[in-house]
Design a protein around this ligand. Structure first.
Ligand code: GLY
Ligand code: MN
Ligand code: MN
Length: 436
């Protein structure tokens, strides 16, 4: 649970960092049609949510630092008994100020009329340009209106600035209450993974595992998976974003499950790869062990002050060494690195920031340099080896093996903590869980 004072503090901090003489406009996510009268399940915009905790559509937050009448102004849907009869209770502007701790709240229907007053005297508007053509047009209209009014004197908007860098730097460092929610998202997801490892049998369809996962997520209070669950059996494990999940799981297959729930808007992102019949084959175990070493090396590289790329390098090194040992790569390690031939087997990065978005915001570089890890950052670590079934450069016994191991790692003051450590990762632990 994140309290109002934390949202207030975030808005205050952001306003302190905004350009002088500016205001910021953050719209709620639009509703999107899934099929005719039916909408996709509504998901609030992550930036808007981070600053308000408000989950309704049809809203906009204006941050107007230094405005005497109030610096934080929310527009939201007015109460409407008829609409509420169909779609559920709305907060309404009358209750919103107190409920969300903003200075003022108004009906969204009054936004065109009120916006010139908020923009008046401001030279810069922070908003996410180019994300939504309809909203671009609205902001342009408000800005032009304000310029017209200011022709007789006084400042008027002449610059549009992205808010992303300021806001996303804040989102990159998780507070204690955010970490608590992420721990819960991870705990629920781990429970789901454990459930399907025990449940899996050759002859099932991939979607049967997906059903068990979702069952587990929902019954523990998650409302959705954080992203389309990837359940890839056999060679399907080699398709990085496989999510059709229709195939039959054969005896002797490895099953790669990349799935995490969203809990109160925070994501977990976890992958395990396990043998459908409960026992790794010799080849599967060899590949698995390499990925496990890459995972351990990368996790060890996640500590405050270390550059982001150290984790990447550690994972590449372990995978290159391992594949050379098995003869799946040939030549010297230096040459493999230089020519990047390992990318036939390991073609993605070792991880990404995790938070309100699965691929969370925050840069990976500061100019030329890799960003340094700092306490409160959460990254995934997810090395993998994928041997394409069509790879004729390797002995057929290796073909179609795909392994990824993904955990969610919090940077602490002294090193890191694997939030998803409760899920077995060692092959023998996985076999024991599946046999239980
Ligand atoms: N599930 C998407 C990812 O691992 O990045
Ligand atoms: Mn994943
Ligand atoms: Mn991931």
């Amino acid at each position: 649970m994140i309290e109002n004072h934390e949202y207030r503090q975030r808005r205050r901090l952001l306003m302190e960092r905004m350009a002088p003489g500016s205001l910021a406009l953050l719209p709620a996510a639009p509703e999107r049609v899934r099929s005719r009268d039916i909408h996709h399940a509504y998901r609030q915009d992550s930036d808007f949510y981070y600053l308000t905790g408000f989950t309704e559509a049809g809203a906009l937050l204006a941050l107007v630092p230094g405005r005497e009448k109030g610096e934080t102004v929310l527009f939201c849907q007015p109460r409407d008994p008829k609409k509420e009869q169909w779609e559920g209770v709305l907060l309404g502007p009358e209750a919103a100020a107190a409920a969300l701790g903003v200075d003022e709240a108004h009906p969204i229907t009054e936004i065109d009329e009120r916006m010139p007053g908020l923009i008046e005297g401001r030279e810069r508007i922070h908003y996410r340009m180019g994300a939504d053509a309809g909203f671009d047009e609205k902001v342009m209209g408000w800005a032009c209106g304000a310029r017209e009014k200011a022709r007789l004197g006084g400042p008027a908007p002449k610059q549009f600035l992205l808010l992303d860098e300021l806001l996303h730097e804040m989102r990159l460092i998780k507070s204690d209450s955010e970490i608590h929610l992420m721990e819960e998202a991870v705990r629920i997801s781990v429970e789901g993974h454990r459930r399907i490892m025990r449940y899996c049998r050759p002859g099932m369809r991939e979607y049967e595992l997906e059903a068990e996962l979702l069952h587990s997520f929902l019954r523990h209070g998650s409302r959705a998976a954080a992203y389309g669950s990837i359940i890839g059996a056999g060679a399907n494990a080699c398709i990085l974003h496989y999510d059709s999940n229709q195939a039959e799981i054969a005896d002797g297959d490895l099953v790669l499950v990349d799935a995490g729930c969203e809990y109160r808007h925070y994501a977990a992102d976890i992958t395990r790869t396990f043998p459908a019949n409960g026992r790794f084959s010799a080849e599967q175990r060899e590949i698995y062990r390499i990925v496990l070493r890459a995972h351990a090396g990368a996790v060890a590289a996640v500590s405050p002050g270390a550059p982001w790329d150290a984790a990447q390098e550690a994972s590449v090194k372990a995978i290159v060494d391992g594949l050379l040992d098995l003869g799946l790569l040939t030549g010297s390690a230096d040459k493999v690195m230089e020519e990047e031939t390992y990318k036939d087997f390991y073609m993605h990065r070792v991880g990404h920031w995790l938070g309100i978005d699965v691929h969370d915001v925050g840069s990976y570089r500061n100019g030329e340099n890799w960003r340094l890890f700092a306490p409160g950052m959460v990254t995934t670590i997810e090395p993998g080896i994928y041997i394409s079934p069509g790879n004729e450069n390797v002995d057929p016994r290796w073909r179609g093996i795909g392994v990824r191991i993904e955990d969610d790692v919090l940077v602490t003051g002294t090193g890191n903590r694997i939030l998803s450590d409760g899920l077995p990762r060692e092959p023998e632990e996985i076999e024991a869980l599946m046999a239980a």
